[in-house]
Design a protein around this ligand. Structure first.
Ligand code: DP6
Length: 334
């Protein structure tokens, strides 16, 4: 039997955003970032080891539940990463890859983060290799999806950035059990966003607000880290929303500008501010997309879902929460 492994890896939602790439060769960011690893939004990937004479192949689970060869654009991102992992391992082999997402792809839901974390860990496992979490983080990051560096760990995860070994891989700040936070996602756009994160990273330094944000980040990182360690929701909420707005401020003022928001995004943001004034523990954050991640405490989840779910532009809600990180499983896709 051919060697095979399946990994389920989670998406993550950034509280402090990676926005702007300093080194494309090694996927190194201009700034540190910090995220919450999710539980329900996951990618399951099976990797089978083939002989080198065969070609790498990539298939994707369709909405109808059948595995089909992946679209060319998708394969074009996956195969170079297989190449990289092949080089890293020194093994003369090819790979058959099958993958499935539990959530809409390309709609600001970090499908690349979970996807490349799952792919990386599944290749490593299928080859029978062991890696530390630091090494897994670096390997996942080299895919070009920087946020994948944070998806190899559970709980609350920081990617420090900066030069040297310390900055190159993500580290856990607190476990999932430390603080049970929820993420209710208001889905406003199911189809892929118009401008990729990669494009956004490239344009970010052209915004006049890029530099000012860099100066604010050390304090923000410290505030969010302390808020997590002390479970201080009010402190967390303030900085998380500030960060989300700044990412989009930079996107909108880049050259050329990028507008990820939809009218519904503003409506959801206003409703969240109102809910907070009424006492709910909730704040909003958006990655490079229109969907709004509503970070809240378990006590506030029901009221958030009820109020935001009633907004007509919101097509659906995804209930998620902090998760424990990737797992190797026996249920293979192929
Ligand atoms: C806005 O380059 O990691 O989500 O490859 O599309 O997953 P993908 O994006 P990546 O950039 C992530 C940008 C962000 C902020 C963040 O997750 O830190």
């Amino acid at each position: 039997m051919r060697a095979k492994a399946t990994v389920i890896a989670p998406a993550n939602i950034a509280f402090i955003k990676y926005w702007g790439t300093a080194d494309w060769e090694r996927t190194l960011p201009f700034n540190p970032s910090l995220s919450m690893t999710l539980r329900e939004c996951v990618t399951r990937t099976t990797v089978e080891v083939l002989s080198r004479e065969e070609n790498d192949s990539v298939s994707l689970m369709t909405g109808e539940g059948s595995l089909e060869p992946a679209a060319e654009a998708f394969t074009r991102r996956v195969v170079p990463h297989l190449e990289r992992l092949r080089e890293w391992s020194g093994e003369e082999v090819s790979f058959r890859v099958a993958t499935e997402n539990s959530f809409p792809m390309g709609a600001g839901m970090a499908s690349s983060a979970s996807g490349f974390a799952a792919l990386t860990l599944a290749v490593v496992a299928a080859l029978g290799k062991q890696v530390s979490s630091e090494e897994a983080s670096v390997l996942a990051r080299l895919s070009g999806s920087g946020s994948a560096a944070r998806s190899v760990e559970g709980g609350y995860v920081k990617w420090p950035a900066g030069e040297g070994n310390e900055g190159e891989h993500a580290v856990q700040v607190a476990t999932a059990d430390h603080w049970d936070l929820r993420d209710v996602v208001a889905v406003l756009q199911e189809q892929a966003k118009d401008v990729s994160s990669r494009e956004g990273h490239e344009r970010a330094p052209s915004s006049p607000y890029f530099e000012p944000r860099q100066r604010l980040l050390p304090d923000r990182l410290e505030t969010v880290t302390q808020a997590i360690l002390t479970r201080d929701f009010a402190a967390l909420a303030h900085t998380v929303e500030e960060e989300a707005i700044d990412l989009h401020l930079i996107a909108m003022s880049s050259h050329p500008p990028i507008f990820y928001w939809r009218p519904g995004t503003l409506e959801v943001l206003a409703a969240i501010r109102r809910l907070r004034q009424e006492g709910a523990e909730v704040c909003a954050t958006m990655d490079a997309g229109a969907n709004v991640h509503m970070i809240c405490t378990p006590e506030s989840e029901a009221v958030v879902a009820e109020e935001i779910g009633a907004i007509s532009e919101v097509s659906s809600l995804i209930h998620d929460g902090v998760g424990r990180g990737p797992m190797i499983v026996d249920e293979h896709l192929i």
